[in-house]
Design a protein. Structure first.
Length: 347
């Protein structure tokens, strides 16, 4: 059961909240067209900096909207206040289905499965417990990597990997990031042997994921991310025995350890519409899917929409922003993210 309006004071880095982006349907439709052309074989097409951020902000916001669909609060308030606990699998499912419709390369995986492959340093007692059905101490978390084409010069495209983690904030509640959890009996009874990953993660990367829900996956950041989950899966007296995994090894592991997706659910279809399909859906909302779209309305599908809403009315409704949303222009890493992408060697 999801919590209702968790106070910001209960989070680490409470001044960093998930962004509520301005959404422009026309820009998203142009980006959709570009990506489809690219995945159809036109290797001279890529996203510029603005398109890169507009697209990823929409993908993340769409997933987070799905994660809080059952919260009895406005969508934007729910996104900025709720930890989205146990919503990583459902949002991964949404992201994969949406991105595959564009023909993009996507790699869904689970951190727990990756950690199990590496092997967790543990006592013989814990090893026996695992063999006897005790829940593995590896932190479970479903995540997705998507490869996007970035325009770094008029005639040069670079493919970059982006790690999508829209629900990471579930690991950022202060009560589950205390050092005493290494020895807390109630915590250990649940099969948890350490504080959550945010306790071990680099502060700047942690803040970036909280705010954006994604980050550029290069070796240094891959190691910071992966190491945090491994440390959160190991007892205190075995922390020094954790193997040193390089960032490139993590990336390879993430991309080659597939995660089974959830079953299709009819109401998910409302959250896997491409920008060009959103406009059609709002104009012709018929049948079960149409009713679900207007009941749950993902970003851009206002509940007050009418069957005959004009294009301009729809576009104006699509451009909404919560008064309580943080300023998306002050993200500490958006410029660095794109700059670092363009400085890397082309693939």
């Amino acid at each position: 059961m999801l919590n209702i309006q968790t106070p910001q004071s209960q989070y680490m880095y409470s001044d960093f909240m998930p962004i509520i982006p301005d959404l422009d349907l026309e820009k998203l439709k142009q980006i959709e067209k570009k990506l489809k052309e690219y995945t159809s074989g036109n290797n001279n097409i890529g996203l510029n900096k603005e398109e890169f951020e507009v697209f990823l902000n929409w993908v993340t916001y769409n997933a987070r909207t799905y994660a809080v669909k059952n919260i009895p609060l406005s969508i934007d308030i729910a996104i900025t206040s709720e930890p989205m606990t146990r919503q990583c699998g459902p949002t991964q499912n949404i992201n994969v289905k949406l991105l595959k419709k564009l023909g993009l390369n996507v790699y869904p995986f689970n951190m727990g499965t990756c950690i199990d492959k590496i092997g967790i340093p543990m006592s013989s007692e814990d090893s026996e417990r695992v063999k006897n059905g005790w829940y593995s101490t590896a932190v479970r978390h479903s995540i997705t990597i998507v490869t996007l084409p970035i325009l770094i010069s008029p005639n040069k495209i670079q493919e970059v990997d982006i790690l999508l983690d829209p629900t990471f904030r579930q690991f950022c509640l202060t009560k589950i990031n205390q050092s005493n959890l290494f020895t807390d009996s109630k915590w250990l009874e649940k099969g948890r042997v350490a504080p959550r990953p945010a306790f071990f993660m680099d502060e700047d990367l942690c803040k970036e994921i909280i705010r954006n829900g994604y980050f550029w996956l290069e070796p240094k950041r891959a190691k910071l991310y992966g190491d945090a989950f491994i440390h959160a899966s190991v007892r205190k007296n075995y922390q020094q025995e954790i193997p040193d995994i390089q960032g490139s090894e993590y990336i390879n592991m993430f991309k080659t350890t597939p995660n089974d997706l959830l079953e299709d659910k009819i109401y998910e279809k409302a959250y896997t519409l491409l920008p060009s399909e959103i406009e059609t859906a709002i104009r012709h909302r018929t049948g079960l899917l149409g009713r679900i779209i207007c009941k749950l309305f993902p970003p851009g599908l206002p509940s007050s929409c009418s069957n005959r809403a004009s294009h301009n009315q729809f576009k104006d409704q699509f451009k909404t922003k919560s008064p309580s949303s943080p300023n998306t222009n002050i993200s500490p890493s958006s410029d660095d993210l794109y700059h670092n992408n363009t400085q890397s060697e082309s693939r």
